[in-house]
Design a protein around this ligand. Structure first.
Ligand SMILES: *Cc1c(COP(=O)(O)O)cnc(C)c1O
Length: 407
């Protein structure tokens, strides 16, 4: 009988990778009964996080999404405002804009970073300026850990006086000319969701050099309680603080960040070595002078059959019990944002992010992935790609995880 999907151990896209020290910190929280959204682990996690990123301060919160919401709130975003956001990102980059009653203004990607296109941003701000209403803020994302063109993007935003929130949810440990992602904008945000490069199971961080604003963020994140013994409130707050137990996990995870980045980069290199030489296969580029944390290895195919091949790869990988994903579906194509404005990279040409969505995918990239696991993934991809040239790169019997299909 042919091997079935569940005969193979599942390989996940980006599973949590514990160091072993987490339990010690959790035990400490329990032993001291600091099972609350404040406590010594929170303080220590915030301090070590600020030190690692090179920010003046950091505020630990319940999610990356909460951190974006707080940042946009502090920048005064409100009903009727617009906020610039890349189209090619996870929906959480833009949802907080909606929470505040504002509208996202979507910007295309550019081909060399897959991140926000400076020329499209320039046109968007020119038009907004001509309409007499500039966006209240710009959210800039470093997708899959790859750095956006920060020199150009920051220059444009500064010239128009639009403050920047860096969504570095996927890019902890990525650098641009030696400087950490998340430290270029007025605010930077990070995520410790279960699939990110380090995790607290769920959580986020807001960083800034503006310590007064971080103080306000902590205030807003704890129901905005005025300084009174009784419960008094003058503004609307949220329940967004991280718990002290989870901050203990975060401390242990952060201690490993450089090893995690190194491991993800090794995973990326192995994929690139195995597949990068094949014609029509290209990996997400890394801009000169930057280091990507390679959170997820992302590739795109060229050629007429690119979209069909991506579908085939996704199907074959799933059949082999391997989790892979298409690249993010652009937000301007989402039903949720059907009304939003969108600026393509080159006017009149097909948007870069739509092309990437059609022709790309993310591969399993966990920092604990074994060489054997990665070879299983590569074998499936080589098999699919070999159908392209009619040349069998990998003999079928050597593809360990593809059961025969009857269809
Ligand atoms: C994960 C992610 C977020 C949201 O982080 P959560 O902690 O899951 O709320 C925001 N933006 C991007 C680009 C992300 O990948």
């Amino acid at each position: 009988m042919a091997l079935q999907k569940h005969d193979f151990e599942r390989i996940y896209l980006s599973p949590p990778h514990m160091s072993g020290n987490e339990q010690g910190y959790i035990a400490e929280a329990f032993a001291t009964n600091w099972i609350a959204p404040l406590g010594p682990h929170i303080d220590a996690f915030e301090e070590s996080f600020a030190a690692y990123t090179g920010s003046k301060g950091a505020a630990a919160v319940s999610s990356g999404t909460a951190a974006i919401h707080l940042a946009l709130t502090l920048l005064g975003v409100g009903p009727g405002d617009t906020v610039v956001c890349p189209s090619f990102t996870f929906v959480a980059s833009a949802n907080p804009v909606l929470y505040l009653g504002a509208k996202p203004l979507f910007i295309d990607s550019e081909p060399e970073t897959w991140n926000m296109s400076p020329s499209a941003l320039e046109r968007a701000l020119q038009d907004a300026s001509a309409r007499g209403k500039l966006p209240k803020a710009a959210v800039i994302v470093h997708l899959y850990g790859g750095m956006a063109r920060m020199d150009e993007l920051m220059e444009i935003c500064e010239r128009y006086g639009v403050p920047v929130v860096e969504d570095a949810a996927e890019s902890l440990g990525s650098t641009y000319q030696g400087r950490q992602s998340g430290t270029f904008g007025h605010y930077g945000i990070f995520s410790f969701n279960g699939n990110k490069i380090i995790t607290t199971s769920g959580g986020g961080m807001l960083v800034s050099d503006d310590l007064d604003s971080l103080k306000k963020a902590r205030f807003l994140a704890t129901q905005a309680r005025d300084a009174a013994v009784h419960y008094q409130h003058s503004v609307m707050g949220h329940n967004y603080r991280m718990s002290n137990v989870l901050a203990g996990i975060g401390r242990a995870q952060l201690e490993q960040i450089e090893q995690r980045v190194a491991a993800r980069r090794v995973v990326f290199s192995r994929y690139e070595d195995a597949l990068g030489g094949l014609s029509g296969v290209s990996f997400m580029p890394e801009l000169n002078g930057t280091r990507s944390n390679r959170w997820l290895t992302a590739l795109a195919l060229e050629g007429e059959d690119a979209s069909a091949l991506v579908q085939d790869m996704l199907f074959r990988l799933e059949e082999a019990n391997i989790e892979a994903r298409p690249l993010w579906k652009p937000l301007h194509l989402q039903p949720l944002f059907s009304e939003a404005l969108f600026y393509p990279h080159v006017e009149g040409e097909s948007p870069v992010c739509e092309e990437l969505f059609r022709t790309g995918l993310c591969l399993p990239s966990g920092s604990a992935m074994s060489v054997e696991q990665q070879e299983r993934v590569i074998a499936v991809l080589e098999h699919v790609l070999s159908s392209r040239s009619g040349r069998l790169i990998t003999p079928l019997h050597a593809v360990p995880a593809i059961p025969k299909t009857s269809a």
